[in-house]
Ligand binder design. Structure first.
Ligand SMILES: NC(=O)c1ccc[n+]([C@@H]2O[C@H](COP(=O)([O-])OP(=O)(O)OC[C@H]3O[C@@H](n4cnc5c(N)ncnc54)[C@H](O)[C@@H]3O)[C@@H](O)[C@H]2O)c1
Length: 394
């Protein structure tokens, strides 16, 4: 089997999920290409060496530019903070690599546009964006039901992504600084639910009707990142403070092209909700609802059934081979987790590179740019206090 030599940049939170996916995918899927964990790249060589030996990467380096343009590399995978996505992706595309990039596509629309232009130019390269929730079997099933017309005409999309880790004790990570992240809960969490809403409905958001953004915690302690980066807790010993200049929460209302109206809510301060990534969609033939904290289930309401037996059906989306991806995993109801979405996505990326069809549509730079336009429209709407068409966000 032809190998795909991978260079992964970033070895903390997403570095672990992606490494795990590359390690496992060939054990559970019949892949058309052999993913080879060639080079892991980050900033701290001592940490990288430990990571390399734990996960089985062949090489480790702190020189990302040399790594992503190395002639031996076929696929560059970007798991770094948002401000670095553009430079890394464009360098890799210009060197003829396939590129997988973490979401959001970029911190800003301008960066995302440059990446899109580079992707359009690199005709031999495939691009992928890690909107991994598409590949939770229950979400993929929701997409299939909607595509099969089981929801009928869609009236409402109600999406929320609620977390509560972003309180005042959390230090000034890159995630709270505009120059690195672009935005806060918005690009981090709304990005996922915008993608999920577009994916399930198959429709596009044409207008953000109104948006509200709030930064509740304006100063945070400056400390070193924890060894796993990202959501490192604690500010003990911190003497200096810095300005957190991104939103903690963004809520917005939107319209879809085919007429549905929608609400989106993202926050890092929804006390009691750790990772409540949820969506409900109501159509004239049926509804679906999903909550990632109970990710193996999809709730489905069939409004075409006889009225006296209508009710929500709780579907455990793990029946092989009827449910998407389920056949590659365990017997029915033996439960999948967060990491399986990344492994499922990796299987589909390898299929696409080999010219095969993914199980459900894959977001590439073209697709992720549309999500980025909606993100931008919501930012402009909050700043200008007006309705904003996504088409204005070119
Ligand atoms: N798909 C998802 O569900 C999901 C979840 C979390 C984060 N993300 C996205 O993944 C990306 C990374 O987030 P994270 O949580 O893994 O962050 P993190 O802080 O845990 O890790 C960032 C990594 O980038 C590396 N890095 C930073 N600057 C670098 C440089 N100049 N050269 C080389 N490496 C560099 C760091 O060393 C670290 O290994 C972000 O775009 C984020 O939005 C996606």
């Amino acid at each position: 089997m032809k190998p795909i030599n991978i260079c992964l940049v970033g070895q903390k939170f997403m570095g672990r999920t992606h490494s795990n996916a590359f390690l496992k995918v060939g054990k559970f899927f019949d892949c058309p290409r052999d993913p080879v964990m060639h080079t892991i790249c980050g900033r701290n060589l001592a940490e990288l060496r430990e990571f390399q030996s734990r996960w089985g990467w062949k090489h480790a380096t702190t020189d990302w530019r040399a790594a992503v343009t190395d002639a031996q590399i076929h696929l560059v995978d970007i798991g770094t903070p948002n401000h670095l996505h553009k430079e890394m992706a464009i360098a890799a595309l210009e060197a003829g690599k396939h590129v997988a990039c973490e979401k959001p596509l970029a911190g800003t629309l301008a960066d995302a546009r440059d990446m899109l232009v580079a992707a359009r130019r690199a005709k031999q390269s495939k691009t992928f964006v890690w909107y991994n929730y598409r590949r939770c079997p229950a979400v993929a099933l929701a997409h299939q039901l909607a595509r099969a017309g089981r929801l009928g005409r869609i009236y409402h999309v109600r999406a929320h992504y609620l977390q509560d880790w972003g309180g005042p004790d959390v230090p000034l990570l890159w995630r709270f600084q505009k120059k690195y992240a672009g935005s806060g809960a918005h690009g981090d969490l709304n990005a996922h639910i915008i993608d999920m809403a577009r994916f399930i409905t198959g429709d596009e958001i044409t207008e953000v009707v109104g948006s509200i953004a709030e930064t509740f915690i304006k100063e945070r302690a400056i400390v070193d990142e924890g060894p796993r980066g990202g959501i490192a807790g604690g500010t003990r010993g911190a003497k200096r403070k810095g300005k957190g200049d991104v939103d903690d929460a963004v809520l917005f209302l939107a319209r879809f092209k085919q007429g549905a109206i929608a609400t989106f809510e993202a926050t890092r301060l929804a006390t009691g909700n750790q990772n409540k990534n949820g969506i409900e969609i109501n159509g004239d033939k049926g509804s679906i609802r999903f909550n990632f904290e109970d990710m193996n289930y999809l709730d489905y309401y069939d409004a075409t059934a006889e009225r006296k037996v209508q009710g929500w059906t709780r579907i455990m989306a793990t029946h092989a081979p009827d449910h998407p991806y389920a056949g590659n995993w365990w017997p029915d109801a033996h439960i999948l987790g967060y990491e399986h979405g990344f492994i499922n996505q990796t299987a589909d990326m390898l299929n696409i590179i080999a010219g095969k069809k993914p199980v459900v549509p894959m977001p590439d730079f073209e697709d992720a740019y549309k999500t980025q336009q909606v993100l931008e429209a919501a930012i402009v709407s909050a700043e200008d206090r007006r309705a904003v068409k996504t088409a204005e966000m070119e």
